[in-house]
Design a binder for this molecule. Structure first.
Ligand SMILES: [Zn+2]
Length: 819
């Protein structure tokens, strides 16, 4: 641990210079290019290396920005190693080696005519040449990872540039791959040896020179684990790492340093090690933190990708504009895991420079390529329609559908529904005003604890009174509302709850406002409270409040069902129809009843009800502004019919034809009531939506399989014990029937993959805001992405042991300490 500070040779030259002496020294330029033996210790060569930063350097070196976590994966697209600065090359090589060869196993490899026969890449070759064979989706050709990373100019041996730059695509001749590997001293095998050396820490000159004692090693490990624990804690809680002032004298040096110190204060061993660590071995630099966080995120991603396996998936995309006004896409994957459960996982934040559909598509492709996924595996797409990038997302959706017809766009219905409500509010100023007032009331009443207590007290009394008069039935959910709910910005479903509370507690709320108006802290507050009180006690307000309560009430079950994580589409489709019918009924015959209810409420609170046949006078306007419109026209036609029609129209538009057909076919998989919905013809129609998954022959097999399947499950699975389609999938896996009926099971997984609910996207978003607010503007894209993955996918992150993290951290760059 207590390393002397010898004139460390540049780390970047270690492997290459050492290895090069054994291979042909044919690229002097690499050594001459600034990395000579006498070169002063560059900052890069220290443990605390800087990635992606311009390191002020005394020498003439120029470090370009390389984002090691985001290296291009597709071998047909990436930059040649020689195009990196010599000092960066080993970092890049190491990153690629850690990533492993690019093997998109589940890509649909295109066929091409070769000497009269259709041929394509055979994915089994990945297994035959596991360590090195790489496939480029872009070029439809294979490459060699080791040769790409380490090959020198060696003429045509091993295929020249075929496996490093141009790519090999003669699918008739697999034998050439074996030829490429060659004998012990082949170019390929030499490259392989160099790769092993690079990954083997002991080969580093640094390590060789500084033989670390066993004690130093074990101290390093303790030190590293202490730092890892601190980092894990911060990630887990979504806390900021750094403080504003991290100097020794600062009273608050930021969470990371403070927590590390706290740990040391409670553990003598760690304390001694930390105190004894020399300045550049403290493992506290921001770059060490970044690497460590990245190691955590990468390990988490590995688990997620492993769980995804070769499942088909859907993507859910939403935009996020962070404080620094960068456009970001949040990507969530939805798939059915091996036990038959629907999983939605936060997959990362993609930063885009411009928001044209083409750039978005490119960003998605790069993102997929980075994780070894292929767009051919997509079976669904969903976007947050409420976002600013709505138009661009439409373009992106179309571009993806061009590539893959089965990437169905079944919109996140929950968001659609919210959008519809936003549209209603935007269309009607009285409705907009209603929500504005409500949110002000919630703010002013909910502002302090004291006031909330006052509300509870008064409400309790009111509820007691109400019981006496028999107005409220007990046992209803409303009674449990003990405080006014705060409604989220865009989560309109929650407005329903708020309106319910407000209606239920209307008199108490007015009382509390009155209190504030009289005894508020300052005149501003008193004024606001009294203005709100005024606005609330008007016919228009009460009318709008009840109208929105009715409309939101009708769509509430649908909205809730769409947002539930275990939501199944069958219910959703049924609810859409129910909503449409209920809205129609309300329009046809609901007006009189509605007006009576509003009028009674007004009478109860002594609010004047205008005569419907009088001319309408808009609030706050002078009498001169009285138009030709009657109150009946305004309240009934404009507000009542207007809002209902708008909502009906939005529902119709958003649940469109393809989506509906797809979903209605899917309904036939519903296991309820002994699979009563089962319809073989429709299910085959459903399979036809996925030509990549069902060949014409398989469609015929599917027909037979469906008949046996339905007899089997009707006889042997109690559908009443299943929780929808979701439960059916799990049950089939449990009883191993998914192996017996692979095509039927595939159909079920496809149905479950469609992104109908978006619970996770919202989850990712609120998490993103938590993390971002705390970390403010000071996080780079990668750091934020890493923090988010570990924060949102905690359940996975928590299961990863420290050892995997420190091993990865150790391999990510040359480290001074050895494990
Ligand atoms: Zn090779």
């Amino acid at each position: 641990m207590l390393l002397p500070n010898p004139p460390t040779p540049s780390v970047q030259s270690d492997v290459s210079s050492e290895v090069e002496t054994t291979s042909k020294r044919s690229h002097e330029e690499e050594d001459m290019n600034g990395v000579s033996e006498e070169q002063p210790v560059s900052k890069r060569s220290l443990n605390e290396k800087n990635i992606g930063c311009n390191v002020p350097s005394t020498s003439h070196q120029i470090y370009c920005d390389i984002d090691l976590s985001n290296l291009v994966a597709d071998p047909g697209l990436r930059k040649q190693i020689s195009s990196y600065h010599p000092n960066d090359r080993d970092l890049v090589r190491r990153a690629y080696l850690l990533k492993g060869p690019c093997q998109p196993k589940d890509h649909q490899f295109p066929q091409k005519m070769m000497r009269g026969k259709l041929r394509k890449f055979v994915k089994d070759w990945f297994d035959d040449f596991k360590g090195w064979l790489e496939y480029s989706i872009e070029k439809d050709a294979v490459f060699c990872l080791y040769c790409f990373l380490f090959r020198r100019e060696q003429g045509m041996q091993g295929g020249g540039k075929t496996f490093t730059e141009t790519g090999y695509n003669n699918w008739e001749r697999k034998s050439n791959l074996q030829v490429h590997v060659g004998g012990v001293n082949s170019a390929h095998n030499k490259a392989y040896m160099m790769a092993q050396d690079l990954l083997n820490q002991n080969q580093h000159i640094e390590s060789v020179i500084i033989k670390q004692s066993d004690r130093a090693r074990s101290e390093y490990r303790v030190h590293l684990i202490a730092v890892t624990d601190v980092i894990r804690f911060l990630l887990h809680q979504g806390l900021a790492f750094r403080g504003h002032d991290e100097s020794e004298t600062s009273s608050n040096r930021g969470n990371f340093l403070e927590l590390l110190e706290y740990t040391a204060d409670h553990n003598e061993t760690i304390k001694t090690i930390l105190q004894n660590a020399s300045e550049n071995l403290k493992l506290t630099s921001p770059d060490i933190q970044k690497d460590m966080v990245n190691a955590c995120a990468v390990e988490t991603m590995i688990v997620i990708l492993k769980d995804l396996g070769n499942a088909l998936f859907a993507i859910l995309i939403d935009e996020a504009r962070d404080v620094s006004i960068k456009e970001q896409m949040v990507v969530v994957l939805r798939y059915v895991d091996k036990s038959g459960c629907v999983i939605e996982r936060f997959f990362g934040v993609v930063h885009v420079n411009d928001t044209s559909a083409i750039s978005l598509k490119k960003a998605i492709e790069e993102f997929f390529s980075k994780h070894g996924l292929s767009i051919t595996r997509l079976r669904g797409q969903g976007y947050d329609g409420a976002s600013n990038m709505r138009g661009e997302f439409n373009g992106l959706k179309a571009l993806i559908l061009n590539d893959n017809k089965s990437a169905f766009y079944v919109h996140c219905f929950a968001h659609q529904l919210q959008l519809a409500l936003v549209a209603v509010a935007k269309n009607q100023e009285d409705i907009a005003l209603l929500f504005n007032i409500v949110s002000n009331v919630v703010n002013i009443v909910g502002a302090s604890c004291k006031r909330r207590d006052a509300l509870r007290e008064k409400n309790a009394l009111r509820v007691m009174e109400a019981f006496g008069k028999g107005e409220i039935q007990s046992g209803r959910g409303l009674l449990q509302e003990t405080g006014l709910k705060r409604s989220g910005d865009t989560r309109w479903g929650s407005h329903y709850g708020t309106l319910l509370s407000l209606i239920c507690m209307f008199p108490s709320v007015i009382d509390v406002l009155e209190d504030i108006a009289e005894e508020g802290r300052n005149s501003e507050q008193r004024g606001e409270a009294s203005a709100l009180m005024d606005q609330m006690q008007s016919f228009t307000f009460i009318f709008s409040m009840y109208l929105m309560k009715e409309i939101l009430g009708i769509t509430n079950d649908l909205s809730k069902s769409l947002q539930r994580e275990d939501q199944d589409i069958v219910n959703a489709m049924a609810l859409v129809e129910v909503c449409k019918t209920r809205l129609q009924t309300m329009r046809d015959s609901g007006w009189d009843l509605f007006l009576t209810e509003v009028s009674l409420t007004c009478a109860k609170y002594s609010v004047q009800v205008p005569k419907m046949e009088d001319k309408f006078v808009a609030r706050g306007r002078s009498r001169r502004g009285v138009g030709e419109v009657t109150n009946l026209h305004y309240y009934c036609y404009k507000l009542f019919y207007g809002c209902i029609d708008w909502q009906t129209q939005e529902l119709g538009n958003r649940f469109n034809e393809t989506a509906t057909e797809l979903l209605l076919c899917m309904v036939c998989l519903d296991p309820r009531d002994s699979f009563i919905a089962f319809d073989k013809t429709k299910l085959i129609r459903f399979a036809e939506f996925y030509p990549a998954d069902f060949s014409p022959i398989e469609l015929m097999v599917l027909g037979d399989q469906l008949e046996t399947y339905i007899m089997d499950v009707r006889a042997n699975i109690k559908s009443s014990e299943l929780n929808g389609l979701n439960g059916l999938a799990r049950k089939l896996v449990e009883t191993r029937k998914h192996i017996v009926y692979p095509l039927v099971y595939l159909l079920i997984t496809l149905a479950l993959t469609l992104p109908v609910a978006t619970a996770s996207v919202e989850r990712a978003f609120s998490a993103m805001n938590i993390v971002k607010n705390r970390l403010r503007n000071r996080m780079g894209d990668q750091f934020m992405n890493d923090s988010l993955i570990t924060y949102i996918e905690k359940d996975i992150f928590d299961g990863i042991d420290n050892e995997s993290i420190i091993q990865r951290f150790q391999k990510m760059g040359p480290r001074r300490g050895q494990l």
